[in-house]
Each structure stands twice: as structure tokens, then as C-alpha cells.
Design a protein. Structure first.
Lengths: 133, 133, 133, 133, 133, 133
């Protein structure tokens, strides 16, 4: 039930191990989840994706929990099973409770419902919503 | 450039006006945006959608800004032009800055990228990500 | 605001005209909508798509109105502006009223909402829902 | 293979049981499918979603079978495995035959194909398709 | 874990066998994959889909490998598990290596990321990108 | 009709100009398209996205034209108007002809059709399609 081998640390090249080491150090964990073991089949994608994630998910004007809730919400909306499971875990680690999960999913559900209603009636954008920034 | 007439307050039935009035009172505004004027073509959908939105977007364990960021993120990921514009405006009203928008969009972009990578390699869900709640 | 020229009947090749003629004869109309004029940029796609549509949308165990409602519903869910407009028109021609449109959109909205909820909670399929046919 | 516990009737709160009872009474069945048992992790979403579904799927100008076919079509187009299975079962209960399923899927397939063709050629909406209602 | 029976060659009608025979002859193989065995539940869809695929995937100005890479890329982006698996196999048969797969997935990932960024900022189309063909 | 200002070269910060300069040098052009001018509202996203695109779209085991066709195909499938227009232009610059565009769109259309058929019948993955790499 997979496309390619999951590359374990012990069999990984130095290039791959360097990324795995940075993932574990950054996250303060001692294991690597399957996503990275799959990406290791194409080392440039492994490295680039990890560096991008590390930069994007670092604390900014938004805190890490909010970022993880957004990541989870998009994954749910897209229906990506792996991403839903892994980012729910990441959000939980940042403090997401079952109640928060319930509220996030309620918002995701409403967004998908009203997105299709807005598209269905082909609603024109209100003038006041233009050039907000 | 629309499917159906936008029903203005002055021409609306009492049933529709009651919803419009509640929208304006709840939001503390004196105008109705096009989404509701379009939904008014089917009053049961207008009423039910508004009541659902009002319940879901009310403050809970998540604050209104976080909920609006999630709503916006899903709308961006779905590529719904009206919803992006209207929920960016709603998020701005709740305090979203241009910098926050930049961070939200960066997370949405990464989520969409890694969702397709996880699907593409058909990555199996790690045992540790099961039964989180 | 387009990718390629819209090929009008007067400038079309015999191969393209044959398809245009069949579209107009089958539909009992005297005009060709832009979708086909765009597909005419690649005649094999024009011919194959038309023949497929003609076969699929012909009366079967489902009547033409039901088929058009399904077509419209998928187009709305996908957020394809052209397809929403053209299949709403086709459905109207088959008898769709504003009230029916309202009910279809309400169902589409609920489907999109509950699809994301089912994905979000990663709900396992009930045994009773397997091997239905 | 799930996000959260499925809450069974015997362990459910009175608030949840009231919804479960109404689902079974409305549907004339003596069991609850997993979707609702998952939503029960967030009782307000359970209640609101059920009330909305009950209202939207009730007979209107469209009959229940047509509504279920539309619901199924959107779920198929979205690729939501749970929703496809559960709404195929619901549609079958309303009378959908294997032949009807075949025709619905054929329409969904064509809609997805032509949606991407219309988007790909960036086809402008015909004037005649504007302001239909 | 399926909707309908998979119809094997031995139990298939003459109409279905004719399609199965053509699939095996065209592909130079002696087996039929599950997709076609499922479509055989609705013979007109089986026949039409096979004829369309045969025409579209035949060598043209694009070679078969390029076409399979595009097919795979869309399937990955849509998150269709069966389609990803079957078209990765088809692409491999046409010569796709693990390295090529890595590059295709990297492009698919970037496309999904930048699609959401372009939608999120509601970027207007540059004049130079109009009427390309 | 936009979310945020498009930041022109003349008013850009040194950080933004450095990216703009690299885009023009890499592409051998003297102008910047709107996508980058919008991303410039969040300079870290501008820089990271450009560096990722530059790496991913560079010649590899796949040539630049094949990569652009894949990029375009995903953008079409997602229905992102800006991305379709800009990547069709990029593909044309790499040699895509109108005939190639026609064939790409035909494949994208078939992929979307068969993706929904495979999902609709919930087709199980054939054993032979597992662990391809």
C-alpha cells in the first residue's frame, strides 16, 4: 500500500541523514514519520520541503498552534488522509484539544458549504471587499 | 455575471428582512453583502446558512480571528474568489494584518504542496497518528 | 480573457462544421456556445467530447433533467464558472425552476460540508455500506 | 484508522442520544452509522449537522431520490470514500438501481472532464447564460 | 471495500469481453486491471471510456511517456489513490524512473502551492498572457 | 479585483529587487509578472517560492517543456485562472504548440473523468500496482 520504499535512518545516505537529524533536533523527537521516509526517495525534494516547512511553520506573527490549525484545516478540506492524521497529531502537540478540533472542523465544513453556495449563485464580489491591503 | 438577482432589502419579503436584520445586528453593520442577497433567492437556505454561520463563528475555545483565518485558508485552498474576498475582509475586521495574511497564505501553500506529495508517494499513516482523541 | 480563438462556424473546417451541425440538430437550436468553439482548436477533442456528451446525456433510466441537475451540481462543487453558467442554462431548458436550483445548491452545500467532516474525523466505512451492488 | 472514538448509544450523553433517537425515528431504522458517532465528539456539530441534513434532504420540489443522487454525485466528484459509500447506500434505499448508478457516474465523469476542458481553454461565458433567474 | 462486483472475464458478457480483448491486445498484456472490471457494471461506460482512453493516450505530438506523466500528475493532484497507483504503473511501463517520479511530484507539489498563492492574492492575469493561441 | 497592491520594481525594497533581478536574469526577460508582484507583499514567501520554483523547474531527468506541461496540467485540473494563463505562456515559451496544448488538455480531461469513475466505484488497487519503486 505504498508507491515507494520508506527509507529508514540506518540505510539512509549522509545527505538524507542530515535532514533526518535536523528534523529530530528541530522537533525535539527521536523518530521520523513516514512522510519524510517517502520523500527521501528524491533527496532534493526531501531537503527543500523540510527547509520550507521549517521556515513557514516557525513562530511569526501567528503562533505555531494557529499555523497547525490552518494546516490541518486545509488538509481536511483537501481530503488527504495522511496529512489529516499527521497534522492533527502536530496540532495536538501544540495544544489542540478535542474541543478545538471540533470547532476547526465545524469551520472547515461551513467554509466548504458556503464556498459551493457562492460559486453556485455566481455571486459578484462586493466593491468593499476589493484592495483590502 | 451572475446566476440570479441580488435581492435588496427594500424589495425583500418579511422572512428575508428578518434574516437581513439579524445579520446587521449581529455584525454591527448597516449593509448586507452580496452573498446573502443571492441566497435570498431560496429563503430556507438563507435562514439555515445564516443560523449555522452565526453559531459556528461565535467565540468558542477558538477566538473569532482564528476562526476567520481558518475560513479564509479553506476558501483560498478551494479557489473560491468570492469567499476569498469576503473572508479576507472578515478576517481583517477581526484584526488580520497584511503580515498575518502573508503567513496564512504561506501555510496554505505548504499544505497544498505537501498534501500532493503525501498522496503521490501514497504514504501510509504512522501508527502513532492513530486514535488521537 | 481566453486561451485560444473561438472558432466561428463561417471559418470552420468541414470536420468542425459537421460537429457543429450535429450539436445544433440534436439540441434543436441555431447557435453554438463558446465551449465548442474553443474545443474546435483541437478537432479530435471536439468530436470525441461531443459524441460522449451526446451519449451520456441522452435519456436513459434517468431523465434528462435529473442528468442536468447532477451535471450542474458537480460543476458547482468544482467551482467551474463557465460550466455552472452553461449547465444551469441547460438544466433550465429541461425544466429546472429557481426553486429547484435552490434545492440543488442546498444539497451541494451540505454534501461539501459533510464530506469535509467525514474526512476530518477519518470516519471508517460501516460494514453495511460495503458491496452494495 | 480513525481520528476519534466512535461514541456508541449506550455511552452517549442525553444530548447525543436525543439526536440519535431523532435520526433513527426519521429514517425508520434501529442503528446509527459511524458518521454520526464520530460527530458526537462535538455535540453542537452533531446537532446542527443533523438538523440541516434533515431539512435539506426532506421532500421538496425535488424528490428524495434525486436529492440523494446529487449528494452522491458531489461525494464521488470530491473523492470522499466514506461519503460515497454512505450516500450510495442512502440512494439505493431511495430506489437507485445499479443501472442508475452507472448513469450517474457517467455524468459525473463527463462533468469533471468538461470542467477541466472549459477551464483549460479559459472559455468566456456566453451572454445568453447570464442572469438566468 | 468496493461499491460493486469486479466482473471477471469468465463471467463477462460478449459485449464486455470484446472490450477486455481489445484492452489486452492494445496493451500487449494478458490481464485486466480492476478499473475495467468495475466499469463493466455499466457496459456503455466501459466501452466509451476505453475508446476515449485509447484515442487520447495514443502517440501524437506528445509521446506516450509524457502523456502518462501528465495523467499521473493530475491523479496525484486530485488525490485519487487507485489512479495514482495505476498510472504510476503505466508511466513506469513507458519508461518512468524513480528519479522522474521524484521530479514529477516536485512539480505537482509546486503547482499546488503556487495555485493557492495566486488564488489567495487574487492575482490579475497579465495582459501578455492573454490570447496565446 | 485584487487582494493586495502589486509591488512594482521602482517602489520595491532592496530585498524584493534582488529577487526580481534574479527572476529576470534566470528567465532572460526584462519584466516581472503579477504573481511575483503580489507575493512581494510578504518578502519571505517571495524569496522562498522563487528559489523553490527555480530549483524544481531547472532541467533534470525531465526537460523544461515536460515540466511546464505537467505544471499547466495541474493548474488546469485545479481551475486556477491565473496559473493556467501564466503556465500556458511559460509552456509556449518552451515550445508548446496549439496541438500540444490540445493533447495535454485531452489527457487532463480524461484523467479527471476516470479519477471520478475510479472513486465512484471504489475500485481496489490491484496487487501488481503496489511497491513500484
Amino acid at each position: 500500500m505504498t508507491m515507494a520504499r520508506l527509507i529508514e535512518y540506518d540505510e539512509a545516505s549522509a545527505e538524507i541523514r542530515a535532514v533526518y537529524d535536523d528534523i529530530m533536533a528541530t522537533r525535539g523527537t527521536d523518530w521520523i514519520n513516514n512522510f519524510w521516509k517517502a520523500l527521501a526517495n528524491h533527496p532534493p525534494t526531501l531537503r527543500r520541503t523540510w527547509e520550507s516547512i521549517k521556515e513557514v511553520m516557525a513562530p511569526g506573527v501567528l503562533d505555531p498552534l494557529t499555523k497547525e490549525l490552518v494546516y490541518l484545516a486545509v488538509s481536511v478540506s483537501n481530503g488527504c488522509p495522511y496529512c489529516i492524521a499527521s497534522h492533527a497529531a502536530a496540532a495536538k502537540k501544540q495544544g489542540m484539544t478535542a474541543q478545538m478540533l471540533g470547532e476547526v472542523l465545524a469551520v472547515v465544513g461551513m467554509a466548504n458549504e458556503t464556498n459551493s453556495l457562492a460559486n453556485g449563485y455566481r455571486v459578484p464580489v462586493d466593491e468593499r471587499f476589493e484592495n483590502l491591503f
